[in-house]
Design a protein around this ligand. Structure first.
Ligand code: SAH
Ligand code: SF4
Length: 362
């Protein structure tokens, strides 16, 4: 019989597993707390379980987080973990502190099949989906490493599914991992503080609204279908007018009353004042906030970051139309932790990391 990894289960899954063992449902809650509250992976340490149950679990199950390859801290408090996803693949998780907020950026796939032209992960192509254990394992490790602040509060207050991969293309595993993030017996995060970022997989957005409504960010990046077809190719399947309607439907059940539209600023491609005006018309029926992301370059990307004054002008046009606009600061630059830089194989990654570590320790 294959050994079961209990890190793959949310409360419903673990309750089912314990039922098969002839155990009561409350055992699932106890074990979930040991795994996720206390970061325990050895059944022998689960002191409130009967010795016979501990022995049974030791024989039939394991708690196996992904293997940690490296951990780095940048000067600004950003942390980055590289976890082993097998076959020389690394999965990156980034922690970004900001005042009383601490946000963990979590990956959902190795590579991505959606091939957005400005994204390093997309250029890498699709390798595979991460398992639940590999997705929630990122939070498990980070929580373990960061612990709690002096008042006993959690350091990680928010999770954004904005690492490598398209979360809604790995739907079932991502929803199970989201359930764990939200469960009081696991991480107990508020729905409003867990954000899924999608390039716009409309059927999965509709399912998420029913199954596990959390905050939603949509990678818009273009004000019209002509540009979006080119830089976010999934737009050819799910064009903008359908995407806007899906956003409206999502908001009927969302924990927040707005959608965050992400917009990467690409020099000469999508950053003209006319594009800002088209954007205002496009989103007129969708309560939203904009997050302007200066493009993060990577080798042979073929794109340049928009100039600061161009971003400023674009932003001002949106603000004058009454929109709330945030501009993503580039964080953790010294450890390559910025959006779209989360890619690469362990081998060349490790070499890059070694160079970075020298920088960090200067
Ligand atoms: N696949 C999901 C989530 C992961 S990417 C999505 O596309 O939404 C998180 C965000 O970073 C997305 O908005 C994505 O478009 C953006 N991004 C990707 N590559 C980037 C780059 N090189 N510079 C800046 N942002 C980038
Ligand atoms: Fe995939 Fe998101 Fe990158 Fe597009 S931007 S290729 S959807 S990870």
């Amino acid at each position: 019989m294959p050994i079961t990894n209990l890190l793959d289960y949310d409360l419903a899954g673990l309750t089912g597993y314990f039922a098969e063992l002839g155990e009561k449902p409350f055992r699932a809650k106890q074990v979930l707390r040991w795994i996720h509250h206390f970061g325990v992976s050895d059944f022998a340490l689960m002191s409130d379980l009967a010795k016979s149950l501990r022995d049974k679990l030791s024989a039939e199950a394991q708690i196996v987080p992904p293997q940690m390859i490296s951990e780095q801290a940048a000067a600004d408090g950003t942390h980055k973990w590289l976890l082993n996803a097998g076959e020389m693949n690394g999965v990156e998780t980034v922690f970004i502190p900001d005042g009383t907020r601490g946000t963990l950026c979590v990956s959902s796939q190795v590579g991505c099949a959606l091939e957005c032209s400005f994204c390093a992960t997309g250029r890498q192509g699709f390798n595979r989906n991460l398992s639940v254990a590999e997705i929630i394992g990122q939070l498990w490790w980070a929580n373990h490493a960061l612990g709690r602040d002096p008042k006993g509060d959690r350091i990680i207050t928010n999770v954004v599914m904005m690492g490598m991969g398209e979360p809604l293309a790995n739907y079932a595993n991502v929803v199970t991992a989201l359930n764990l993030m939200l469960d009081d017996h696991a991480y107990g995060l508020s729905r409003r503080r867990v954000t899924v970022s999608t390039s716009g997989l409309i059927p999965a957005m509709d399912r998420l609204r029913e199954d596990c409504p959390v905050a939603l960010a949509v990678s818009l990046h273009a004000p019209n279908d002509q540009i979006r077809d080119e830089i976010v190719p999934i737009n050819r399947k799910y064009p903008l007018h359908e995407l806007m309607a899906a956003c409206q439907r999502y908001l009927e059940k969302a924990p927040r009353d707005f959608i965050t539209f992400e917009y990467v600023m690409l020099d000469g491609i999508n950053d003209h004042p006319e594009h800002a005006r088209q954007l205002i018309t496009l989103v007129r029926d969708v309560p939203c906030k904009f997050n302007l992301i200066p493009f993060n370059p990577f080798p042979n990307s073929g794109y340049r970051r928009s100039r600061p004054e161009t971003i400023q002008r674009f932003r001002d046009i949106l603000i004058q139309a009454g929109h709330i606009v945030t501009q993503r600061r580039t964080r953790g630059d010294d450890i390559d932790a910025a959006c779209g830089q989360l890619a690469g194989q362990v081998q060349d990654k490790t070499q890059r990391l070694l160079r970075r570590i020298e920088v960090v320790h200067e």
